[in-house]
Design a binder for this molecule. Structure first.
Ligand code: FMN
Length: 300
């Protein structure tokens, strides 16, 4: 039975990965999860310098999920490369580093520095606010998506995954722009912008006013977007958004994802990723499926 999949020449032992920002850099979860069993670990977003993140409160529960406005708090690339990469190198799993920045130059600096390290793929989060464009995320304008992708391709030593925002009218336009810019892979979806109001405090539940929605309630939107993107581009897709069990993961794979990321589910079930790896293997055995690749995009 083959569970391995290929992302831009990188072979993952199985398609199950963590979603950026929900798994730290692995250390926090290694008590619960044998990282050797994961296809890849995707790290929290890292910028060129430390970011303090947003004021609290910055998470809130909602029906079927959560809102977060962490504000991409991170220690900066220099601490990250000294502390987190050596930690992850102890395990037999692929390392995907999620990159964020406020300007193109910020992204370039991080991508260039990561070229000196033994990491497998870079995931570029283009939902970060672009200060030069007045706070509009890079990922909300097709021309910007293509430009930042082609620029980063010039500097990146590793293949790049462009992580798409669902907060757009047509996700296929953004996916095509990433492909045109030379992206090796696209991943989707990032969180959907939402809001919650605390009626007792008569103010916003989150200090930032809006937050990104994730968790089981967003899954049907994410599956639809993965299906649409699979029909629009030729490069591989990493699917995510509300995956909490193996059946959810298989939905994304059948819709066209080569690999999947598990995010919010880690918070209420720390072993979610391993349960999904086991669940996919059992499903394949039960249904006499020899190769997971035969399931990718099998629903048309
Ligand atoms: C607390 C939290 C922090 C996140 N941080 C990042 C991040 O740093 N970079 C990024 O690209 N996505 C980040 N995300 C988005 C997730 O990686 C994922 O795209 C999204 O949550 C949908 O998947 P899920 O429903 O399984 O959580 C974060 C999500 C959550 C809930």
């Amino acid at each position: 039975m083959n569970t391995s999949v290929n992302l831009a020449g990188v072979t993952l032992k199985n398609p199950v990965m963590t979603a950026s920002g929900t798994f730290g850099s692995g250390a926090e979860y290694s008590e619960f999860v044998d990282l050797n069993r994961l296809g890849a670990v995707v790290t929290k977003g890292v910028a060129n310098i430390p970011w303090p993140g947003n004021p609290t409160p910055r998470i809130a529960e909602v029906y079927g999920g959560m809102l977060n406005a962490i504000g991409l708090q991170n220690p900066g690339i220099d601490v990250f490369t000294k502390r987190d990469i050596p930690y992850l190198k102890q395990f037999d799993t692929k390392i995907i580093v999620n990159v964020c920045g406020k300007t193109t130059e910020d992204y370039i600096e991080v991508v260039e520095k990561l070229g000196d390290y033994d990491v497998d793929l870079l995931e570029i989060n283009i939902s970060c606010p672009n200060v030069k464009e007045g706070g509009i995320a890079f990922g909300q304008n097709a021309k910007n998506v293509e430009n930042i992708t082609s620029t980063l391709k010039k500097y990146a030593k590793q293949p790049i995954i462009m992580k798409l925002s669902p907060n757009v009218t047509d996700i296929t336009e953004m996916a095509r722009a990433a492909e045109a810019g030379g992206a090796d892979v696209v991943s989707l979806i990032n969180t959907l912008t939402g809001m919650k109001i605390d009626v007792n405090r008569r103010t916003f539940a989150i200090a930032n006013k809006t937050g990104g929605m994730s968790g089981p309630a967003v899954k049907p939107i994410a599956v639809r977007m993965v299906y649409q993107v699979a029909n629009a581009v030729k490069i591989p897709i990493i699917g995510m958004g509300g995956i909490s069990n193996y059946e959810d993961a298989l939905e994304f794979i059948l819709a066209g994802a080569t690999a999947v990321s598990v995010g919010t589910a880690n918070f209420y079930n720390p072993t979610a990723t391993i349960d999904i790896v086991d669940g996919i293997e059992n499903y394949m055995k039960k249904n006499s499926i020899d190769d997971i690749n035969s399931l990718i995009g099998a629903v048309r």
